[in-house]
Design a protein around this ligand. Structure first.
Ligand SMILES: O=C(O)CCC(=O)C(=O)O
Length: 288
């Protein structure tokens, strides 16, 4: 996981709580989200639509020479090469049918008022050896309301070996994470010109901040929803296949929104060419 092999996975890595049985009960869903900082919900998206988007994605990768055709195309065995054209993919009707589809109605139900989504969509094509470091999303998209939610969607059934996402349950309110929330959690990567990942070492968060990580295997249609101060990272993709996922943002339509991610051509991050401050330097200054 990240840059570490966990010595005793049973102790430090547990299963995400499944809230699917509360799907029709908005107050219970809100309570779970407030307690855990996330919701694991099975079968939110229509599986056929996710499968169609997966075929479209694999088609792009195949045409770019990124798929090993000695094996079945639908398994997505990876070859090295250039990144796919993410903008074309995330604007395609197949992709939008999933991330702008039933999930919008779900957020309107969850929030109890009309929801809207950021126009920018984040596509992750994670090859063998790839992973995402530990971070909170507020540092990337915190200029509107704090009540933004990420919906993380796998485009394919996803085993542990393909590097699914992991969460630290309660990290948005646990007292042991208060020093992180009051320093790192207040950053804006563009304004503060700082790296976004807090750490690449999951054990450091266990040993220094009392974290337990939680993850699961995913099936097409499942979604993992979490808030802006929930610490998360991914397991490492230890398979030879691509891990294809998207993470998209949703919030109440009447609340302020982060303008970097809105519009026909969202401006996005404005830091260039490199962050001024490393996370190591910032953490030394914060004393954490
Ligand atoms: O899928 C990943 O590896 C990263 C996703 C993520 O960091 C997010 O959804 O905020």
């Amino acid at each position: 996981m990240g840059n570490r092999v966990l010595p005793s996975a049973a102790v430090r890595l547990t299963h995400l709580r499944d809230s699917t049985s509360a799907m029709g009960d908005a107050p219970t869903l809100r309570r779970c989200l407030a307690e855990d900082g996330y919701l694991l919900l099975r079968g939110v998206h229509e599986r056929d639509q996710v499968a169609a988007a997966r075929r479209m994605l694999l088609g792009h990768l195949d045409r770019a020479g990124r798929i090993d055709r000695q094996r079945p195309l639908d398994q997505g065995w990876a070859l090295p090469g250039a990144k796919p054209d993410e903008q074309t993919i995330t604007r395609s009707p197949e992709f939008r049918a999933v991330v702008d589809g039933r999930i919008m109605d779900f957020f309107t139900f969850l929030l109890g008022r009309p929801a809207r989504t950021f126009d920018f969509k984040w596509l992750r094509v994670v090859g063998p050896g790839g992973f995402t470091g530990a971070h909170v999303d507020a540092v990337y998209m915190g200029r509107g309301t704090a009540e933004v939610f990420t919906a993380w969607t796998p485009f394919g059934d996803l085993g542990y070996d393909q590097g699914p996402l992991a969460i630290i349950p309660g990290s948005h309110h646990l007292p042991s994470f208060a020093p992180i929330r009051s320093t790192y959690g207040q950053m804006d990567v563009d304004r503060d010109r700082i790296e976004g990942w807090f750490s690449t070492d999951p054990l450091e968060l266990v040993e220094r901040f009392g974290a337990t990580w939680a993850t699961t295997e995913f099936a097409m249609g499942d979604v993992l929803i979490f808030g802006m101060q929930t610490m998360h990272m991914s397991l490492t993709n230890n398979s030879g296949r691509f891990r294809l996922t998207a993470d998209c943002r949703y919030q109440a339509a009447d609340l302020p929104i982060d303008a970097r991610w809105i519009g026909e051509r969202p401006p996005g991050h404005q830091v260039s060419p490199a962050p001024q401050k490393s996370m190591a330097q910032a953490r030394a200054e914060w004393g954490i």
